[in-house]
Design a protein around this ligand. Structure first.
Ligand code: ADP
Ligand code: ADP
Length: 224
């Protein structure tokens, strides 16, 4: 089974009004287990809309969404939230870490929300932080970390519940080029280690070239 299958996705904002924007017009995408796919799109093309639909944060007007072999088309909010927490990890351009919690706590929290025990959540958080070279930063709050370190903690948090699919929107877009390069390598290592699949939006052709393949969002459709 593919990890993500989007079929004939349609999405229009403000339909039937002067502000109507037809963003997705029959978008198809299949991501197989272990595949890392670059998503390239000009600003305003509908990249965030597509990632939100793929991550079950938003419903399409029409079309099918399948995650980890489960057909989520038209499912309830409750079912989507459960599937999202189990199967999907998100990374954004800005880390969105909780400022009052340490790096370790930020990585442990999604696991606790998923019913994991404190000791196991802590052990997994420390293991993930070690993988991204942040063992000595586990007790630091986000404000005490560099931009690259904050983003690496955000990767660990996204992977905390061992999701099948990682969705990332310009995950290194906020970093200087040298740091971005290094932090991106760390993300690729993590993804390869866990065997997860990923859809990663980027404007950077060098980063796109390091993924398995690239899809472009053009006129509401995905083209290879
Ligand atoms: P991208 O992430 O590629 O920049 P978005 O998915 O954010 O694109 O937006 C695609 C288009 O849809 C843009 O023209 C944007 O202005 C419009 N849009 C996005 N969200 C909304 C919304 N909630 N209501 C109305 N229009 C929206
Ligand atoms: P929580 O466990 O904090 O309630 P959810 O299960 O609602 O989180 O969402 C899981 C992930 O989806 C969050 O880590 C967050 O990154 C992302 N997310 C949730 N809501 C939104 C949103 N409105 N916009 C963008 N991302 C969101």
């Amino acid at each position: 089974d593919p990890v993500l299958r989007l079929s004939a996705i349609e999405k229009t904002y403000n339909p039937g009004t002067p502000g109507e924007v037809r963003v997705l017009r029959g978008a198809d995408l299949t991501i197989r287990a272990g595949e890392v796919v670059a998503l390239v799109a000009p600003s305003g093309a509908g990249k965030s809309t597509l990632l939100h639909i793929a991550g079950l944060l938003d419903q399409p007007d029409a079309g099918g969404v399948e995650i980890a072999g489960q057909d989520m088309t038209g499912q309830s909010d409750r079912a989507c939230t459960a599937a999202r927490r189990r199967d999907v990890g998100f990374v954004y351009q800005f880390h969105h870490l909780l400022p009052e919690f340490t790096a370790e706590e930020n990585v442990a929290l999604p696991q606790l929300a998923n019913g994991e025990s404190r000791s196991r959540a802590r052990a997994r958080a420390l293991d993930l932080l070690a993988r991204v070279g942040l063992s000595t930063r586990a007790d630091h709050r986000p404000a005490a970390l560099s931009g690259g370190e904050q983003q690496r903690v955000a990767f660990c948090r996204a992977l905390a519940n061992a999701p099948r699919l990682l969705l990332a929107d310009e995950p290194t877009g906020n970093l200087d080029p040298a740091t971005a390069d290094h932090v991106f390598d760390t993300l690729m290592d993590l993804v390869a280690h866990t065997g997860m699949s990923a859809l990663i939006a980027t404007h950077n052709p060098d980063l796109a070239a390091r993924m398995n393949r690239t899809v472009r969002l053009e006129n509401g459709r995905l083209v290879s």
